[in-house]
Design a binder for this molecule. Structure first.
Ligand code: GBH
Length: 462
């Protein structure tokens, strides 16, 4: 039980959501004429995916979308965050949209609306058509315009019912893991030569945002995944290493959107971004809300001077960990500190939406009910951190759990379970976990009054 009788409170009207992404849940990536994506290519690369799995059938959600709508509706979510894959809509990465796929998402949007849940789609959760990657992917500036054309096609079909859009999910992961280290598709290992993909993604986002608004979109933003970076030791070397990591993971994706400029990359010995006249004005006025995915802080130490990368990421001292091990320390206060720091840097920033937050823990593959106390504890403490930031004046308006369902975790295959709902990947059967009931009750209590956020798992499950 919390010794502190003053628990954080979230204001009435605070919105609740849960998220998934297409490739991670849908299966049948080529049904209805879906095209080849960089993830098909990555999956086909021996050793790329830890358990050798493919994303098919995952949760089989392309064929079981009604079951997912029922689960979203059972939580009484304000909004459901899902993604639409570019390669289904434009199988060759260009041309008029694939009608069968657009019909599918049109029916899905109708089903969500009928269930009282506002659809909140993401247009790019990492599935680039292979044809676009073959034209240089995010290294090629011209592909920003292609992305905007794709956005326009989707908006033309769904824009009469969808008012809120995320353009890109986590461009930092695309740059750092997709193009710099190769841990995710397209598996390029360009190290710092990957940096132009930062600017081309932000440009793609901004052009897509303009295209969406031209079709009547009410609110457009993207989701940056931010981490709270701390030096391991209080030394000049570790502080410099932490600042470099903070700049390439957080700063280069945040500053252009919220301040219309890039950090001084030269100061870190990094090349300048390939900015053309007008780009920064466009990017700097492109968002109606600022999306943040948060999972964990990062502790950084200076690397050996002979290393091509000036920092090493190390375990966070004293922190509990998720199913990923020391790579994913659990430090909820880091989310509060990050939000308060953001508000300090950008006092005029738009509303903040937490677009993802959640954790995987070792759980049975085939099970009925999972009593996922660790997840409830993780979520309760991070929601409490959000409430503390709101109390300190940070304009957070929405919180999203990653994920509604256990799903296919990219290069980690089926080895990590993040869901409020257990999925038996062999049968497709969905079984709500204890965290599903907990989240439903939290949402329902927040509708009747300002919601008191429990700060411990013991309280949360009482
Ligand atoms: C988010 O990524 C994603 O938006 C979501 O799709 C994902 O399922 C969720 O969070 C949980 O990971 O590159 O070898 O280190 C957060 C970034 C990307 C971090 C994959 C973990 C593991 C593989 N995640 N990464 S590796």
């Amino acid at each position: 039980m919390s010794p502190d009788p003053v628990r954080p409170v979230l204001p009435a009207g605070f919105r609740w959501s849960a998220a998934t992404s297409a490739l991670q849940i849908e299966g049948s990536p080529h049904a209805d004429g879906g095209g080849r994506s960089i993830w098909d290519d990555f999956i086909a690369t021996p050793g790329a995916v830890k358990d050798g799995s493919s994303a098919d059938p995952a949760c089989d959600s392309y064929r079981r979308s009604d079951a997912d709508v029922a689960l979203a509706s059972g939580l009484r979510l304000d909004r459901y965050r899902f993604s639409i894959p570019w390669a289904r809509v434009q199988p060759d990465g260009r041309g008029t949209g694939n009608t069968a796929a657009l019909d599918h998402y049109s029916r899905f949007v109708d089903a969500l609306l009928a269930a009282g849940v506002t659809p909140f789609p993401t247009l790019y959760h990492w599935e680039m058509p292979t044809a676009v990657e073959e034209d240089g992917g995010w290294l090629n500036r011209d592909n920003a315009e292609r992305f905007a054309e794709y956005a326009s096609i989707v908006a033309a079909r769904l824009g009469d019912r969808v008012a809120h859009w995320y353009t890109l999910n986590e461009p930092a992961m695309t740059t750092l893991q997709g193009y710099a280290t190769g841990a995710l598709a397209p598996g390029r290992q360009l190290l710092f030569d990957a940096l132009p993909t930062v600017h081309h993604q932000l440009l793609a986002h901004a052009r897509a945002a303009a295209a969406l608004r031209a079709q009547g979109a009410a609110q457009v933003g993207l989701v940056n995944n931010h981490t709270w970076v701390q030096p391991l030791h209080d030394t000049a070397e570790d502080q410099a290493a932490a600042l470099t990591y903070d700049t390439i993971h957080n700063g280069v994706f945040r500053e252009p959107l919220l301040a219309g400029t890039y950090p001084d990359l030269e100061a870190f010995g990094l090349p300048d971004m390939p900015v053309h006249d007008g780009d920064l004005a466009l990017i700097g006025s492109s968002i109606d809300f600022y999306g943040i995915n948060f999972y964990n802080p990062t502790t950084v130490t200076a690397a050996d001077p002979s290393s091509p990368i000036p920092f090493d990421i190390v375990p966070t001292p004293g922190a509990a960990v998720t199913g990923f091990g020391p790579e994913w320390p659990i430090v909820p206060e880091a989310l509060r500190d990050l939000l308060i720091d953001l508000q300090g840097r950008y006092p005029e920033m738009p509303a903040v939406i937490i677009g993802e937050n959640g954790a995987s823990f070792p759980e049975p593959e085939r099970a009925g009910r999972v009593d996922d106390k660790d997840r409830i504890d993780y979520l309760a403490r991070h929601i409490a951190a959000v409430a503390e930031a709101v109390a300190a004046g940070v304009p957070v308006e929405e919180y999203t759990v990653w994920s509604l369902l256990d799903n296919w975790e990219w290069a980690d295959g089926y080895t990590q379970r993040f869901g409020l709902v257990h999925v038996d990947f062999a049968s497709g059967e969905r079984t709500p976990k204890a965290s599903y009931d907990w989240y439903r009750d939290l949402i329902s209590s927040s509708r009747s009054e300002n919601v008191q956020i429990p700060t411990t798992q013991e309280e949360a499950t009482r």
